[in-house]
Design a protein around this ligand. Sequence first.
Ligand code: DAH
Length: 437
Amino acid sequence: MLRIRPVHLQSCWRSTLARTYSVVSPKYPPTIEILGEYHPTDEVTNITPAIISKIPLRLHKHPAHPLCTLRSLIESHYPDFSSITPPSPLVTPFKNFDELSFPKDHPGRTVTDSYYINKDLMLRTHTSAHEVEVFRDQQTKWLLTADVYRRDEIDGSHYPVFHQMEGARLFDANLSGMKEVEEDSERLEQRLLRSNIIIQDIPHISPTNPVQPEHDPVYAEAMTRNLKLSLNSLILKLFGAQQQQEPLRVRWIEAYFPFTSPSFEVEVFFGGKWLELLGCGVVVQSTLDASGVQNKIGWAFGLGLERIAMVLYSIPDIRLFWSADPRFMSQFKPGEITPFKTYSKYPSCFKDVSFWTAHGTELHENDFCDLVRDVAGDLVEDVKRIDRFVHPKTQRTSLCYRINYRSMDRSLSNEEANVVQQQVISRLQNDFGVEIR
Ligand code: DAH
């Protein structure tokens, strides 16, 4: 996501693949240091040095950084919401998943999809992981911004670390709370009616997107209406100014999240395409009960900052957000959204690697990509699997990947790419026992 990537919605085949994770796994020291603290490793440890090095950077706190400007812009839309930036991405799987009603076999929990320090500690995969803690702190209107981590493919719009912003609002689940929500909705609706926006809406509640059994349907309707109005006005604020004469088009889609019902995704038509912006819904009551605020009802949303910043700033490659090149950061001023000027596009260098996986094992694509990231860092632009077959007699799997090496800051020589490729090959042999073809 958020970039909202619906990784949590992916079908369940991945959970079984996790168990076929290679028999030969990388070696870890007994403890790993993260943000000055030592944590024990165990058989599920899969965090890499490349990922650990990103944890202290906190791009969303650098005033001129596009992600920080976008965060401020969203915060300015919600002036009476508190702004939270949790200091550490380390959370328990309980906090990331169980507390939010994720089923035990959810694919997001697997070692192929998420980064684990050990079986009791992981990197949060979404900002929703903080919902209970913030609600428990009696916060009823809040925005929370943080770096989140997911193991994934490599290309120009996916990066294993990205930034999300979570927003939530709670009301008293009684008549005075309903009066407050209706007044707020009226105010928002009046403003939207005067704006150049076309909203493709869907019913607030439907048999496939139901009201929770704990909720009075009238209250749930009122929450959903308020959520939609609030987000439609946020989207108008973010994208409306960039739109010339044309009305801004927003569409609502039914979705499923374990921690909201009804649930939605929202898309905006921008630059000739529908762009998925965020996930949201009415908070499941068990989350509020777990937070000790059982007398409240409310909504929440989560959006990915990179995905939005990439279109608003015309930033073509997600790696640029991490660039230390002064030609990147010097282009931006705090609080201003200005189009990014490409300084140069350096040539690509493609390298293929074909191999047999170790006997009786598969190699998950995310394991492959993480290894390449760990060796090549931001020199890798994208990775594509170009072939896979299973030998009919030996039943061994053969894989071929094409790696595109390209630096964003300088010209990369073929010799340099060869050295990196050789390191990738050695790591594949050592860590996963593959046989190069
Ligand atoms: N956490 C979800 C994700 O990363 C996004 C999300 C969906 C956040 C619905 C929410 C929500 O707060 O209500 O995919």
